[in-house]
Unconditional design. Sequence first.
Length: 378
Amino acid sequence: MPKILLSANAAWNLANFRGGLIRGLLSAGHELVAAAPWDEHARRLEVLGCRFVSLPMDNKGTSPAADARLFQRYRRLIKSQKPDIYLGFTIKPNVYGTLAARSLGVPVINNISGLGTAFIRDSWLTRAVQALYRIALTRSSIVFFQNSEDLELFARLRLVQRERVAILPGSGVDLAHHTPAPMADRGGAARFLLIARLLRDKGVGEYVEAAAAVRRDFPNARFQILGFLDVDNRTAVTRAEMSAWVAAGLVDYLGATDDVRPFIAEADCVVLPSYREGTPRTLLEGAAAARPLIATNVPGCREPVRDGHNGFLCAVRDGSSLANAMRRFLEASYDARVEMGRRSRAIAEDRYDERFVIDAYLNAIDVALSAPRKAVRR
C-alpha cells in the first residue's frame, strides 16, 4: 500500500479544500499522513482516515533561520514516516517540503492553488518567493495549477518546466454534497453573500464600498459576509473594522462555519471581488448550489463566471464597478436570476466536478511511483 504524505500551511486548509481528494486517495487504497500546523480541524482529518502529524510553521514569517528550521523539520518528518510520495499545497510546504522530499529521494507532486499576496504585490518578497519556487519545483514529478494564467506566468519566469505541468479545475466541488437550492423571490431586493478568509486581497473593502453605494438605490438589498476573522495574514481585516461596518448597517457578518450550504441556500448571489485566485472554492460551491455569481475579471475568478450568462464580472480593486455589477443583478427579474443559477450549476457539472481532480491525482501518483529513481541514503 503506497504511503502518501500531504502537507499544507494549516490543518484547516487540508480539511476544507482537500477533503474530497483525501477520500478519493483512501478509496484507492493509499495510506495517508497529513502534516500541518495543528488547529481544531486536525480532528476532521483523522475522522476522514488520515494520520495527522503536527508540523509547526510560521506562515507569514520571512526569517531565513526559521525557514531553515522548517526544512529540517520536514526532513525529520520524511525520514520518520518514509512516504512513497509527497504532495505539497501552499507556499512553504511547496518549497521546503519539496526540497526536503527531493533531498531524500521522495517523488513530489505540487499544487499551486493561487499565487497569494507575494505575487499580488511586486516587492522583494515577490522576487524571493520566485527564486525559492524556481529551486524547489524544477524536478517535481508534476506541478498542478488551477488556471492557465498562473501556469503561463510560472513557465515564463522559468519557475517550472512546461513538460511537467498540468491544470486542474480548482480543488473541484462535490456535486452530490452541494446541490441546487431553491431561490427566494424577493422582488427588487436581494441577498449578496461574500464567503472568504477576511483579507483585503479578497476584495472585502471593495465589497463594503459597493454595499454602501448600492444601498442608496436599493435600500432593501442585504450584503452578507461569511468567513474567518483574525486570520494570520498581513492583509487581514480586523475585528474592529468588521464591527464598525456592521454598526453602520453596511453588512451583516455571519461568522465562520464548516458548512457553507445553508448560508448559500439563503443567499441570491455569491460574490467574490478577489484580486487574484487559483480557482476559488466559494464560487464553485455557489455554482453547484445554482446561484448566480459576481466576481472580478482576474485570473481564477473569471473562469467559472461568464458575464451576462451565469453572473457578472467587474473590475479588480474597483468598488464602483462591483456596485454596477450588483445593480445589474438587482435589476434582473426573478426568472432571469433563476436561469443564471441554472447555468451556474451546468458549468459546475461540466467543468468542476471534484472527480476530475481525484482522477488527475491518481494518474499522476501512478506515473510518479513508476518512474525510475536514484537511490538516496536517508
